[in-house]
Design a protein around this ligand. Structure first.
Ligand SMILES: Cc1cc2nc3c(=O)[nH]c(=O)nc-3n(C[C@H](O)[C@H](O)[C@H](O)COP(=O)(O)OP(=O)(O)OC[C@H]3O[C@@H](n4cnc5c(N)ncnc54)[C@H](O)[C@@H]3O)c2cc1C
Length: 369
């Protein structure tokens, strides 16, 4: 066997890089092993929204996790830029959630009622007030909720900056290096198998997105991490300043005069490609929110595979009954938002420190017992 690689993190997406950054920052030897390039999968395909109020349907541990992660971004952005020179494009763009029908309005009002208690400032706007704020909005917008503290980053730059900062703190990155399997003796993990041989390490963190389940199967562990395809369109136009979130999708104004329109949610296995139907739906959604986008030139289109989980919640923490095995995946539509807190919690757990938030609700034990 080769020399000890320390903690081996499988996967160079945003989650693996965030974990490596937090471990390396605490002086823990760490090696990231990525079969392709950094941010080559979902982490490079994301819209980059930091939207804790989008997916949480009630107060609880998941919302707490999302809010805790959002609060880490201002200092993380500054730290990463100081260490790597890479700006992650962190902006409090604000999100305007809009209703187009009476049914949407009821749903929006219901969410507004409980979300007012989350600590994030929210403002209810009538349709005309929403159009005063964003004149390009459709006349069909009946009302909206403005959430000024939610925002966005550039997901690719975030991943690169986390990896760069991890390296600056001593982490090793092995790219174009697929992990073929996890080595073990009994229920103790010893490292990973690479095309070039064995890489020894006393702890393996599997952060391989929707491919996590496949790697664990080699250990006789059955954890479903299904891929959920998301397609996205980008326009050469920037008619809105805020992120606009409608009942069927969202618009995200990005740097360089571009707007993203996303995203589909599809269960089609590992087929990572766009479809004519998916892109037509996105275009209809985009012009339904902002009619001017009906005349805008399409800049590009792409698709990515989000890592899912059986109950829709992330899977973060040690695998019960195993020594030296941790999983961090299942972040579905929120992996960019949740990367900082995931990296922090996993590093705290591996270092034997108390965690900022309880990991119990996200433990792999809920599927592997
Ligand atoms: C269209 C779209 C829009 C999105 N928008 C947002 C958003 O606005 N906000 C948000 O928070 N989230 C968003 N997401 C979700 C977010 O992108 C994901 O949750 C997040 O990127 C998951 O990161 P990850 O590191 O777990 O997975 P990945 O990015 O998939 O990284 C896993 C890595 O593991 C590597 N790997 C797999 N198997 C092996 C192996 N055997 N050996 C070595 N390496 C391996 C892969 O090559 C990959 O690079 C979006 C996703 C999509 C597709």
């Amino acid at each position: 066997m080769e020399e000890d690689a320390g903690v081996i993190v499988v996967g160079g997406g945003v989650i693996g890089c965030a974990i490596a950054y937090h471990l390396a920052r605490c002086g823990v030897p760490v090696t990231v092993v990525e079969r392709g390039e950094l941010a080559g999968e979902a982490s490079g395909a994301a819209a980059g929204m930091l939207a804790p109020l989008a997916e949480a349907h009630a107060p609880g541990p998941f919302l707490d996790l999302c809010l805790a992660s959002l609060s880490l971004f201002p200092s993380l952005a500054a730290e990463l830029e100081a260490v790597t020179g890479i700006g992650i494009g962190y902006e409090r763009t604000g999100i305007l959630r809009v209703a187009l029908s009476a049914e949407d309005e009821d749903a929006l009002r219901e969410r507004y009622r409980w979300q007012k208690g989350t600590g994030l400032p929210l403002e209810w706007l009538g349709g005309d007030m929403a159009r005063e704020l964003e004149p390009a909005l459709s006349p069909r917008v009946r009302c909206a909720v403005l959430s000024p503290d939610e925002g966005q980053v550039d997901p690719q730059r975030l991943t690169m900056a986390l990896a760069g900062a991890a390296r600056a703190h001593g982490a090793h990155l092995l790219l174009s290096t697929p992990v073929a399997g996890i080595l073990r003796r009994g229920r103790r993990v010893l490292g990973v198998r690479l095309p070039s041989g064995l890489l020894r390490g006393g702890h393996v963190v599997v952060a391989a997105g929707p491919w996590t389940g496949r790697l664990l199967r080699g250990l006789g562990l059955y954890l479903a991490t299904p891929p959920r395809r998301g397609q996205m369109l980008a326009y050469h136009a920037r008619p809105v300043r805020h992120i606009v979130w409608g009942p069927d999708g969202y618009l995200v104004p990005k740097a360089g005069g571009v707007t993203y329109a996303g995203a589909t949610v599809e269960s089609v296995g590992f087929r990572r490609r766009t479809t004519a139907l998916g892109l037509r739906r996105l275009a209809r959604m985009a012009r339904g929110l902002v009619p001017a986008l009906g005349h805008a030139e399409v800049a590009s289109a792409w698709a990515g595979l989000r890592p899912g989980s059986p109950d829709g919640l992330p899977i973060i923490g040690p695998v019960p009954g195993w020594e030296g095995l941790t999983v961090a995946t299942g972040h579905f539509r929120n992996g960019i938002l949740l990367a900082p807190i995931t990296g922090r919690l996993v590093a705290q757990r591996i270092c034997g420190e108390g965690t900022d938030l309880p990991l119990g609700p996200f433990s792999p034990a809920r599927f592997l017992d």
